[in-house]
Design a protein around this ligand. Structure first.
Ligand code: ADP
Ligand code: ZN
Ligand code: ZN
Length: 767
């Protein structure tokens, strides 16, 4: 008798671990690790996932009382290694086991089951995602010489059509009336054979000019170094990590392509993660042009059917290179030699719903379990990755940094100019565009070139800012920027929970605490306004294309706008963060940043890092071709290290003071940080639960060095959809078992009471 360890899909922390079920004789070969099954649990049937198969019942389980697996609902989606990684995720990110298993399932698979009648089998409900089989007809060997009867004209037409090669039956039927009947008759006589072939959805093409960049003749020295380091790490097969630290346009993608080629040559595949927004046809095109149909693409803009087909190609071993967004990490690739994470610093690699994993950390774990290499690439690596390379190892794997400081050939990094907007304001210039930016845009129009304008949307109008000196009031206790709340006209600190009426800070006046100016205002501009001012500024024959959340809501809009920009002769692309990444248009000669510093004041310790990343990345959009590029950065905070660093592309200008601050405060990369958010309709219940949670964690970590519990305090978004939100922040040493501690405190708190709680370990979003 065989037994299956099954993780039940009941998302609660109180059901920790898998349950043992007997595998009935009839299901012996179909119940394997990775299958979705229906099992009895507490007088009903529930959906579960098989994470292990054993010959005897689990320890302490009485074989006579083990219940049988009722039915198999879906084929295996993952293997034993993946099941192990899921268990690790559940512990590390303190989430229910079934939440950690779900990302490994087929796209579109739901937990709900239905059946046609009381005695038919249960079926899983899924987004219309199942495979689509298409019937193909082709001539058999006997068919080659077959002569249909004189009066069988339809059969004759069908045979003639098939002499040119196999055809879809549906297509034949569309061309020849009565073809289906003829095909059936011919098949019976052994002339034609009809096969079901899997139709593959989601193989879109591209019309972007740079998609099929030719293979360069010579790699740069930096590229050769990177490639050698990656090959070495793959051959060692121990989960070693290579950080490719290459300036924008230094040819990182080219390195990935070659490294994958080497992996494929040894019979192993590759998982490639890129941020969702840079997963354009441009990126995909480069992989397709190198590896053709060996590539499967997975991202959220595909339909459910397309995603399933791409995923299924991987499962069936027909595609060995997977390119996709964060969740592509869980694709059922049997033997990856490489896991590659491009733009590894991107915050979008952290999932903001359960399981709240970070793709970099899961990939590192997976690389160790699968015996492959992890490649991280970025022009602005995360401080976590830089730190681990500095130390040389992390969690048992070696971390190596390879630097690629130059662009290949003649392409040079663009010249960056900072414009102090406070000074412009004092001189009476109130336009969105400074004189320098307006002039530069005029020159682009004259030379018939292209420009990209970035409007930094994050952290908009949530702050009071002095328009004369750019000062934003900070909490005297936490050195965190105070958030402005319009409803109560107050300033609030989201680290310690203190708040001040605007008039009382720091003394009873509405003046700027720094320079005494009265121009203290919550202000901001939208992309729409930039677009309008731009049209007034520029001649009519310059195309203005706006790309923001509004303009890209419909399927394919993002792609269409990029193609429009690509095809234009002379154009300006105005957009939010989404334009900063990955775009490679050789004819962009000007990049303007409208407001560089809105993000700097977010109540988030990564605010400066994000600002630096964004500016360096967006600067990288200029001068990728033969013509040199120019970058103009408008800011109210020209002296901030994150902004100064971008001028000379000198990372240390930003890094050195930033690391000092992080180290003093025990923030990552020198420590870990978890954000425990409690929310619900009943304010006192939320208040009580968050206070108890904070008390339990304090009790648990009492006396352990490097641990600190902050709060509870109101969240920056203190009220969302009538829910009151409070949070507790927990700092811990880098090697601490943060997941274990928070799980046990959460278990002690228990459920119910009308409150919800999210344990966000290694949190990215503190709002
Ligand atoms: P990154 O991924 O670092 O931004 P890419 O791989 O996209 O850089 O390369 C930037 C541009 O330089 C691309 O157009 C690419 O085709 C080209 N390129 C890359 N490597 C070389 C090389 N060794 N020689 C010439 N051109 C190269
Ligand atoms: Zn404070
Ligand atoms: Zn001021």
């Amino acid at each position: 008798m065989r037994y299956a360890n099954v993780v039940l899909d009941i998302p609660t922390r109180s059901l920790d671990g898998a349950f043992c079920y007997a595998v009935p004789m009839g299901l012996g070969s179909v119940v394997v690790v990775g299958t979705t099954v229906l099992v009895p649990f507490s007088h009903r049937d529930v959906v579960g996932y098989v994470v292990g198969i054993t010959d005897g019942p689990a320890d302490g389980v009485d074989p006579d009382r083990v219940l049988p697996v009722r039915q198999v609902l879906a084929d295996a989606a993952f293997d034993e290694v993946a099941a192990g990684v899921a268990a690790w995720i559940a512990h590390e990110y303190a989430c229910p086991l079934c939440d950690a298993v779900r990302p490994f399932l087929a796209p579109g698979q739901k937990v709900r089951v239905v059946r046609a009648s009381a005695d038919s089998p249960w079926e899983l409900v899924s987004e219309k995602a199942g495979p689509v089989d298409v019937r193909w007809a082709s001539l058999t060997e006997a068919g080659a010489s077959f002569e249909p009867a004189r009066n069988a004209s339809r059969q004759r037409e069908v045979v003639e059509a098939l002499r040119r090669g196999p055809q879809r039956v549906a297509e034949l039927a569309a061309m020849i009336s009565g073809a289906s009947t003829a095909v059936t008759a011919l098949a019976r006589r052994g002339v034609v054979i009809v096969e079901e072939r899997r139709q593959v959805r989601g193989r879109e093409g591209t019309s972007l000019s740079s998609a099929a960049a030719p293979r360069p003749e010579h790699l740069t020295d930096g590229q050769l170094d990177a490639l050698a380091a990656i090959d070495g790490a793959r051959e060692r097969g121990a989960g070693d990590v290579v950080l490719v630290d290459g300036v924008t346009g230094s040819g990182k993608t080219e390195v990935y392509l070659d490294a994958i080629e080497h992996a494929l040559a040894t019979g192993r595949g590759a998982l490639v993660l890129v941020p969702e927004i840079s997963l354009t046809a441009q990126t995909v095109g480069r992989f397709r042009s190198r590896f053709g149909d060996d590539v499967a693409v997975l991202h959220s803009r595909l339909s459910a059917g397309e995603r399933f087909d791409q995923w299924d190609l991987v499962r069936r071993g027909e595609a060995h290179v997977v390119v996709g967004a964060r969740s592509a990490l869980f694709a059922p690739l049997r033997d990856p030699g490489l896991i590659i994470i491009d733009e590894e610093h991107e915050g979008s690699y952290k999932q903001d719903s359960s399981p709240r994993y970070h793709a970099r950390e899961v990939a590192a774990r997976m690389a160790r379990e699968r015996g492959c290499a992890l490649v991280l690439g970025s022009a602005t690596p995360s401080l976590e990755s830089l730190r681990r390379c500095e130390v040389g190892s992390f969690r048992g794997a070696a971390w190596t940094r390879v630097s690629m400081p130059e662009r290949p050939g003649a392409a040079e990094l663009p010249k960056v100019t900072i414009v102090d907007m406070a000074e412009q304001f004092r001189r009476g210039a109130h336009s969105v565009f400074s004189a320098s930016l307006a002039d530069a845009l005029g020159r682009v129009a004259q030379r018939r070139e292209k420009a990209v304008l970035l409007l930094n949307r994050r952290g908009f109008a949530n702050f009071l800012m002095c328009r004369e000196c750019g000062c934003v009031p900070e909490c005297p206790h936490c050195s965190t920027a105070l958030t402005y709340h319009e409803r109560t006209h107050s300033l609030m600190c989201h680290s310690c929970g203190r708040s001040w009426p605007v008039r009382a800070f720091p003394d009873p006046s509405t003046r700027c605490p720094n320079c005494g100016s009265r121009y203290l205002a919550a202000f901001g501009v939208g992309t729409q306004r930039v677009e309008d001012e731009l049209r007034m500024l520029l001649p009519d024959d310059v195309e203005v294309i706006r790309m923001d959340a509004d303009a890209t809501r419909t399927k394919g809009a993002h792609q269409r706008l990029l193609e429009q920009f690509d095809a234009a002769e002379c154009a300006v692309l105005v957009g939010t963060q989404m334009i900063a990444k990955g775009l490679d248009f050789p004819d962009v000669t000007l990049v303007g940043v409208i407001n560089a510093d809105t993000m700097l004041k977010l109540p988030d310790f990564r605010a400066a890092e994000r600002t630096y990343d964004l500016l360096e990345q967006v600067s990288g959009r200029a001068g990728r071709g033969d013509r040199t590029g120019e970058v103009i950065v408008q800011t109210y905070w020209a002296t901030h290290p994150a902004i100064r660093a971008v001028v000379h592309h000198e990372r240390d200008t930003f890094l050195v003071p930033e690391l000092d601050e992080r180290s003093d405060a025990g923030y990552p990369p020198f420590g870990r940080l978890a954000n425990v958010v409690v929310w619900g309709k009943n304010a006192s219940a939320v208040s009580d639960a968050s206070a108890r949670m904070a008390a339990y964690v304090r009790e648990e970590v009492e006396g352990r060095p490097g641990w600190e519990v902050l709060g509870p305090a109101d969240c920056a978004k203190a009220r969302v959809k009538d829910n009151v939100r409070r949070h507790v922040m927990v700092k811990a040493p880098v090697d601490a078992d943060l997941g274990g501690v928070l799980s046990s405190c959460a278990a002690r708190l228990g459920g119910g009471m009308g409150i919800n709680m999210a344990l966000d370990i290694d949190a990215y979003d503190m709002a």
